[in-house]
Ligand binder design. Structure first.
Ligand code: CMP
Length: 138
């Protein structure tokens, strides 16, 4: 069972003024913030982060969107973090997201879906390392 996951509050949710609302839901669900930063991906850094999707038809659109404005990146801690966080955020496509989930409340479409959540322990570690050094984790 993992105890850490990685998240981003994406440019759509930042633009809509929902950083505070989303962090409140994350804290209320019992996640502790290990690391956090407000930053802005470039096309190149977004492409590197999402390299796993580079053969997908939506890769270009995804990188454009993720570099279209600032994001909040964070490492979160809780028992069963990866699975519990994916439950909290809901399905990738907000049309399929359960009531009460972050994406149901704040996401507009599969492309602009408010938040990212790691899909495995391995990717949580890789993604957290992409943004944070050991000195930035508390
Ligand atoms: P995320 O959890 O950040 O991981 C990969 C992202 O690709 C996903 O959220 C979506 O935002 C995006 N994505 C997945 N499917 C599509 C699609 N069909 N069209 C556009 N973007 C997509």
């Amino acid at each position: 069972m993992s105890n850490r996951t990685f998240t981003m509050i994406k440019p759509d949710a930042v633009r809509a003024g929902n950083i505070g609302n989303i962090l409140q839901m994350i804290n209320a669900a019992g996640f502790r913030i290990v690391a956090m930063k407000y930053t802005h991906l470039t096309m190149t850094s977004a492409g590197k982060f999402y390299e796993i999707h580079k053969e997908r038809p939506f890769y270009g659109e995804l990188c454009e969107f993720m570099s279209s404005g600032p994001i909040v990146a964070a490492i979160l801690e809780k028992d069963n973090a990866v699975a519990d966080f994916r439950t909290l955020i809901g399905a990738t496509n907000p049309a399929n997201a359960a009531e009460g989930t972050i994406r149901k409340k704040y996401a507009a479409s599969v492309g602009e879906n408010a938040v990212h959540g790691s899909d495995s322990d391995e990717n949580a570690a890789i993604e957290g390392n992409f943004f944070f050094s050991e000195l930035e984790r508390f």
